[in-house]
Write a protein that binds this ligand. Structure first.
Ligand SMILES: *Cc1c(COP(=O)(O)O)cnc(C)c1O
Length: 368
């Protein structure tokens, strides 16, 4: 058997007529840029998340950058973020003119450890960027309490966590702003690059919209950037949005099947969901012994796996200048050599899941 890591084509086939009609509609109207499809998707997505404003943009990385510019990041401002994420989360801090301050993760949930945030706060700290990594919310209660106590802003990086909830409240509704990616493989994916930020703050939304569109259309108040969601992507996202809840349930189904199929393999730790959080399984990440050997074993049996990510952020050459050592982020460092992302997508069949689990079981029973 050959199993894809994600199967975007299966999803397309399940809604092909709707997608093709939406694309044809944009072409018929030539509403490629700033058409009504963009306004419509912004309104629909804001309603689904439960926030007042959605400002669409070109991708989830730009969304982080635009939000930080909107919050007024100045040179020497320090921003605390998690040691374990995709580099968009930290590179945009530098782009916006701030200084990256990494904080270790909670070893079980891979999200920023709130107990370690306060130690990283200095008089120059202005904000915190928690990431709801792999689809599990960060501990938003303590994070928001720390932010309030020290008068810091919070931007939630929701790129992997559409519809996830912390204590019954959706991610994206907690921070001063939150950012989403609609990269094709994300839980809500376009057919190209796309992203947005959401915020309950009308003034922040208005500034970010102006900044992302050259500082104001026709009457440039400031110099901005060009970061737009295009009409085709907006129309595609509007077709997919009503299916998101069902697809999320299907991801949970796949995760539950993996959980039980792998439960009794002592060398494997399945994803742990902390109390009060719902996980939307953008990725299904196990921690395992002899990770690299297991990875090649699975590859040789038609099961692709991915490392998300091969290193914790502080240990990439890009952050050599910070001079960090493994002991600075013991949890993120320990996890980087044990994590392995297994194939997951809503259309995955029970047979495929069993096959993956069987190959993992075989690896440990025949080689130990
Ligand atoms: C995908 C992702 C982003 C960036 O999204 P793009 O749309 O690819 O720019 C940011 N943060 C995290 C955690 C991501 O996974």
């Amino acid at each position: 058997m050959k199993i894809p890591f994600v199967d975007l084509h299966a999803q397309y086939l399940s809604i092909k007529t709707e997608i093709d009609t939406a694309i044809a509609g944009v072409i018929a109207e030539s509403s490629f840029i700033r058409g009504h499809q963009v306004d419509q998707f912004e309104q629909e997505f804001a309603a689904v998340v439960g926030v007042k404003n959605c400002v669409s943009c070109a991708n989830g990385t730009d969304a982080l950058y635009i939000a930080m510019r909107g919050l007024g990041v100045k040179p020497d401002d320090e921003i605390i973020t998690t040691a374990h994420s995709w580099i968009s989360t930290s590179e945009t801090i530098t782009q916006a003119g701030g200084k990256v301050v990494f904080c270790d993760t909670d070893v079980e949930t891979f999200t920023i450890d709130p107990e370690r945030i306060e130690a990283a706060i200095t008089p120059r700290t202005v904000g915190i960027i928690p990431v709801h990594l792999y689809g599990q919310p960060a501990a938003m209660d303590p994070i928001m309490a720390i932010a309030a106590k020290h008068k810091l802003w919070v931007i939630e990086d929701c790129a992997q966590a559409h519809l996830a909830e912390f204590k019954g409240r959706q991610v994206g509704t907690w921070g001063n702003a939150a950012t989403f990616s609609f990269y094709p493989g994300k839980n809500l994916g376009a057919m190209g690059d796309a992203g947005c930020l959401v915020t309950g703050d009308d003034q922040l939304a208005a500034w970010c919209a102006m900044y992302a569109r050259h500082g104001g259309k026709g009457d440039h108040q400031i110099e901005g950037i060009n970061s737009r969601l295009d009409g085709l992507q907006a129309a595609i996202l509007s077709v997919k949005l009503p299916h998101l809840r069902k697809w999320t349930e299907e991801r949970r189904r796949v995760a539950a099947l993996y959980d039980s199929a792998l439960a009794d393999i002592p060398q494997v730790r399945t994803p742990q969901v902390a109390e009060g959080r719902t996980h939307v399984y953008h990725l299904y990440v196990i921690r395992c012994d002899r990770r690299d050997e297991l990875k090649s074993h699975l590859a040789s049996h038609g099961v692709p796996t991915v490392l998300n990510y091969p290193k914790a952020l502080p240990f990439y050459p890009a952050y050599d200048y910070l001079g960090h050592k493994p002991g600075d982020f013991p949890h993120a460092f320990a996890n980087q050599s044990r994590i392995l992302s297994l194939p997951i997508y809503p259309e995955m069949s029970e047979e495929q899941i069993d096959y993956v689990a069987q190959k993992i079981r075989n690896f440990y029973s025949t080689t130990e």
